[in-house]
Design a protein around this ligand. Structure first.
Ligand SMILES: Cc1cc2nc3c(=O)[nH]c(=O)nc-3n(C[C@H](O)[C@H](O)[C@H](O)COP(=O)(O)OP(=O)(O)OC[C@H]3O[C@@H](n4cnc5c(N)ncnc54)[C@H](O)[C@@H]3O)c2cc1C
Ligand SMILES: *[C@@H]1O[C@H](CO)[C@@H](O)[C@H](O)[C@H]1NC(C)=O
Ligand SMILES: *[C@@H]1O[C@H](CO)[C@@H](O)[C@H](O)[C@H]1NC(C)=O
Ligand SMILES: *[C@@H]1O[C@H](CO)[C@@H](O)[C@H](O)[C@H]1NC(C)=O
Ligand SMILES: *[C@@H]1O[C@H](CO)[C@@H](O)[C@H](O)[C@H]1NC(C)=O
Ligand SMILES: *[C@@H]1O[C@H](CO)[C@@H](O)[C@H](O)[C@H]1NC(C)=O
Length: 496
């Protein structure tokens, strides 16, 4: 070996510190190493098995904000990639997962502390929403959070957060009153509307571009029993038409702000089993007449709706989280068509989805789903009245935000499904633009993408209002001038 090469190796050994080794030697932070049971179990805590298959060199489990800051300091001194993981429910590879670098798991940052005096709850990002709901059960209060209990707190809130209570209280992020944030230079900030208004705004839908949130202080709301559950329908042409009309009407006439639905069509392509699965929610023990009648009137094969605690409802929805498959997620947004144009436009979107999902029919185990998520003007108004967020919806139009999912068995088919996913939402955008050009949909509607449902190539930041993008760029220049979060970890990035 040449002297030069030896010198280079010696230099590498001293200057390129391995994050895991340095954390082990310099701190008492819990470390899970490969080939241990704890590491393997933790790697199982992803929604998508493709994320589980990305193997970090170690998993770090800090218990305090100071320990998170210590890890960031160590990372600053090397050039390794890393991941920040909360619930692991974002299925985009490398967003909360990493191959070879360290993974910072927020699992042990799992406080849930209710303060009745201020009607707030301090929640750590290591919780899942069913943990939070369970901890608050019996207090008479809850917080605005995920619709499916298994989703994590950390990623959900920095992505905005769509809740069953969003027509009542806005995006979940609109009810965050304070963030504890570890910056790229390891400084710990307490971020509120008054202390750092710009950072406060950018954290409400800015993803992981500004730091690691180690604690959220959330506004609490009085909470009693709720009514809800699922209806399942055969996807006959008549049922599909009736459900598409019902969800369109529901979005426009929004009969009651305490009501929410997710209307999901699902195709198991190998068995040609096409169904609709609907999630219903009413924030009270009894539903007033008329609220869900257009849905319940459609003949259904299963009905699990009942009065229950909020905690029971949120954890009950966990049935829909199937493990053991590769998942992809994607989205697009449409202004709501008028009642007159609804059948044509909703039908065109649905038909496009059916057609494109057919092209993936030979992928083993493939299941396609599309969720119609009503985003009424009411939600936009309440979000702004609570101080706003990065999405900054106006109340000029009602909207539907689609959540698209394809799940399948083998990671080897990822490239095929990647194309299918892009074709699905790309086709939606073309359909919407076509109807905008012909005057059937409002041409000037602002149509951002919902970050929590975005596929990795989607241009989340680029679809925001220019002033919100500019704010993100400005705050990034202030708190991350060296591009630490941009270069070293995954997630949606702020374009320059
Ligand atoms: C079954 C299912 C149901 C869903 N339902 C909803 C829903 O009702 N409403 C909704 O809005 N979304 C929903 N989603 C989408 C979900 O909100 C996003 O996937 C979200 O990113 C998951 O949050 P997590 O904490 O589990 O994410 P993770 O996968 O752990 O992280 C996602 C991203 O957030 C970053 N991140 C995580 N924690 C922090 C932190 N503490 N500080 C800074 N950055 C952090 C990660 O680095 C990563 O980039 C659902 C997803 C699934 C799979
Ligand atoms: C850090 O790593 C990236 C990606 O591997 C590489 O492009 C970059 O040059 C490295 N920077 C330094 C300072 O080593
Ligand atoms: C139910 O459907 C009818 C049309 O069939 C419509 O007039 C009514 O507004 C709908 N109700 C709701 C709550 O959407
Ligand atoms: C969903 O919640 C139930 C009840 O809290 C829990 O037992 C179960 O493990 C959760 N399911 C998943 C997939 O995490
Ligand atoms: C779907 O495919 C059918 C059959 O090929 C075709 O007639 C129809 O126009 C397609 N619809 C859309 C919206 O792409
Ligand atoms: C860390 O970054 C913040 C935001 O840019 C800055 O205000 C602070 O002075 C920095 N702290 C140190 C120790 O460099």
């Amino acid at each position: 070996m040449s002297r030069a090469l030896l010198a280079a190796l010696a230099l590498a050994a001293t200057t390129v510190a391995d994050t895991c080794d340095t954390v082990a030697s310099q701190t008492s932070i819990t470390i899970l190493n490969p080939l241990t049971l704890a590491y393997t179990e933790s790697q199982g805590e992803y929604w998508s098995t493709a994320c589980s298959d990305l193997a970090p060199s170690c998993i770090l489990e800090p218990e305090t904000t100071a320990e998170v800051a210590a890890i960031v300091s160590i990372l600053r001194d090397n050039n390794e990639t890393f991941a920040i993981k909360s619930g692991g429910h974002n299925p985009n590879n490398y967003f909360a997962s990493v191959e070879g670098g360290s993974q910072i798991s927020t699992k042990s940052l799992n406080e849930v502390i209710f303060d009745p005096a201020t009607e707030t709850v301090r929640v750590g990002p290591g919780n899942r929403w069913d943990d939070v709901a369970a901890a608050l059960d019996g207090t008479g209060y809850t917080v605005v959070g995920g619709r499916i209990g298994n989703v994590g707190v950390g990623g959900y809130l920095v992505g905005g957060g769509l809740s069953f209570m969003s027509a009542q209280y806005g995006w979940a992020a609109n009810s965050v009153v304070e963030y504890t944030l570890v910056l790229a230079n390891a400084t710990i900030l307490t971020v509120s509307e008054t202390s750092y208004p710009d950072i406060f705004m950018t954290l409400k839908g800015g993803g992981n571009n500004f730091g690691i949130v180690t604690s959220y202080l959330l506004q609490a709301y009085p909470q009693g029993d709720v009514w809800g559950g699922n209806l399942i329908f055969d996807a006959t042409p008549e049922n599909s038409a009736a459900l598409l009309a019902a969800v369109r009407d529901f979005t426009e006439y929004y009969p009651d702000e305490k009501a929410a639905v997710i209307v999901t069509a699902e195709r198991t392509l190998a068995t040609l089993a096409d169904i609709w699965v609907m999630f219903l929610y009413y924030n009270g023990p009894d539903v007033p007449a008329g609220v869900f009648d257009n849905f319940t009137a459609v003949p259904h094969i299963t009905d699990t709706t009942k009065t229950q605690t909020y905690s029971e409802l949120v954890s009950g929805n966990n049935w829909s989280v199937l493990k053991g498959q590769v998942y992809t997620i994607g989205t697009e947004t449409t202004p709501l068509p008028s009642a007159a144009d609804g059948p044509e436009i909703m039908g065109a979107i649905f038909d496009h989805w059916v057609n494109v999902s057919d092209t993936a029919a030979l992928v083993p185990g493939v299941v396609a789903s599309i969720a119609f998520q009503p985003i009424p003007k009411q939600l936009a108004s309440i979000a702004r009245s609570k101080g706003g967020d990065m999405l900054d919806l106006d109340a000029d139009v009602d909207r539907i935000m689609f959540e698209l999912d394809y799940s399948f068995l083998d990671d080897a088919d990822y490239a095929t499904i990647d194309t299918t996913m892009r074709d699905t939402y790309g086709g939606f955008q073309s359909i919407v633009q076509g109807y905008q050009a012909s005057g059937m949909l409002p041409a000037d509607a602002y149509l951002p993408l919902f970050q929590n449902d975005c596929f990795y190539p989607q241009n989340y930041f680029g679809r925001l209002r220019p002033e919100k993008l500019a704010l993100a760029q400005q705050v990034q220049a202030e708190v991350d001038p060296d591009g630490f979060w941009t270069e070293r970890t995954g997630g949606f990035k702020i374009p320059a």
